[in-house]
Design a protein around this ligand. Structure first.
Ligand SMILES: C[S@@+](CC[C@H](N)C(=O)[O-])C[C@H]1O[C@@H](n2cnc3c(N)ncnc32)[C@H](O)[C@@H]1O
Length: 353
């Protein structure tokens, strides 16, 4: 009976929630509710958003019958509740605004659910590749999904900054006064901008191999008037020239990048050796990554979020590390000082020169 309850309550409701959130986001329902909420609640904490069925039909040009099906299921799983039955007024359930509508909220789950849903959209390719082992190019992933992924990783980058501030207080205080930061794999720049706004006296360089992402980041740098001290380059880290000593970096960030780099261990070892050369004496590299065995290790306790990350990225050029295999990789490089800092929900690697 317990097992039955787990499957019915958690799995079926969970599965349905992923599908409903995925479709709701593709239809623009959540995005519409976000705009509505912020226009009605300037400077107020938003708990919930109210809307009518007819409003969604007209504003989003939706079919009534289909929308009714979506809403019925969304009420059943606890995304939406009825505010007024007579007027067909509905509202989001408690916390749903934070979880699925406000993409800036630290507890926003929309991107994670969106990427689980996305696997279903690529199901035919994934299915074929189970037989062939062929990889799916990241370039095949729609741009909006990549951008959203980077927004999610930027939130992790924010957490990384909080932990960095807590564990390296003096180093962080010094960086607040001056210094140089390099972000490798800055993507669409959400993380880069967060750090640039926090470290106002630092010169910052972001680089990425994705030209479209770099162009987008450059626009954001200009818009935020950060161009005097923030530079963004389209270049792979292995081609980035080692600067003279005084221009080396105090801090190098790799936030959710390592597992996405070319999978070959020699390539990665060479990249990490390059980071050593790019760092000033006393400088540090912060690496935010899911820590998981690249191939399953039955002795590890369950790691839901890490397993999810790996499942989302099978077939993309990604390769993860467990604590042991990461230490083995670093042992081949010039870094002698490696530390894994564990916090309640996250952990990160620190390499010191
Ligand atoms: C998941 S994104 C992380 C974005 C950003 N760091 C953040 O936290 O939001 C990983 C990025 O690494 C970039 N990348 C992969 N290999 C790279 C390489 N060899 N040199 C520079 N960037 C690379 C990818 O193009 C992608 O934009």
């Amino acid at each position: 009976m317990d097992q039955f309850n787990i499957f019915v309550r958690d799995n079926i409701v969970g599965y349905l929630t992923v599908i409903l959130v995925g479709i709701g986001r593709r239809l623009g329902i959540f995005q519409y509710l976000y705009k509505k909420a912020i226009s009605e609640n300037i400077d107020k904490k938003i708990e919930s958003v109210s809307f009518s069925v007819s409003e969604l039909i007209t504003k989003l040009d939706l079919n009534e019958r289909y929308l009714d099906g979506w809403l019925t299921a969304a009420i059943e799983v606890g995304l939406i509740e009825i505010e007024n039955n007579d007027t067909k007024l509905l509202k989001t359930c408690p916390y749903i605004y934070d979880f699925f509508i406000d993409s800036n909220n630290p507890v926003f789950l929309g991107a994670a659910y969106g990427s689980i849903y996305r696997i279903a959209l690529q199901e035919d390719d994934v299915f074929k590749n189970f037989k062939t082992g062929k990889l799916i190019s990241r370039a095949q992933i729609p741009k909006d999904i990549v951008m959203e992924g980077h927004r999610a990783t930027a939130r992790m980058g924010n957490t990384l900054e909080n932990y960095f501030a807590k564990h390296f207080r003096q180093f962080q205080k010094n960086l607040k006064k001056e210094g140089k930061i390099l972000e490798i794999g800055c993507g669409y720049g959400y993380n880069l901008l967060n750090w640039a706004k926090k470290y106002k006296k630092c010169g910052i360089i972001g680089l990425d191999i994705d030209e479209e992402a770099v162009n987008f980041t450059r626009e954001q740098v200009l818009k935020n008037k950060l161009d005097e001290r923030v530079e963004v380059l389209t270049i792979s880290i292995e081609d980035y020239e080692i600067p003279k000593d005084k221009n080396k970096f105090d801090l190098i960030l790799l936030n959710e990048v390592l597992h996405e780099m070319e999978m070959d261990d020699t390539f990665r070892k060479n990249v990490i050796d390059r980071l050593y050369l790019l760092l000033k004496e006393g400088g540090i590299v912060l690496i935010g990554e899911s820590i998981i065995e690249d191939l399953f290790d039955p002795s590890r306790k369950p790691q839901l979020l890490e397993a999810l990350h790996k499942w989302q990225e099978i077939g993309l050029t990604s390769k993860f590390y467990s604590e042991k295999s990461f230490r083995e990789l670093i042992a081949l490089t010039s870094f002698k000082n490696v530390e894994l800092i564990k916090e309640t929900y996250n952990s990160f690697w620190v390499l010191k020169k």
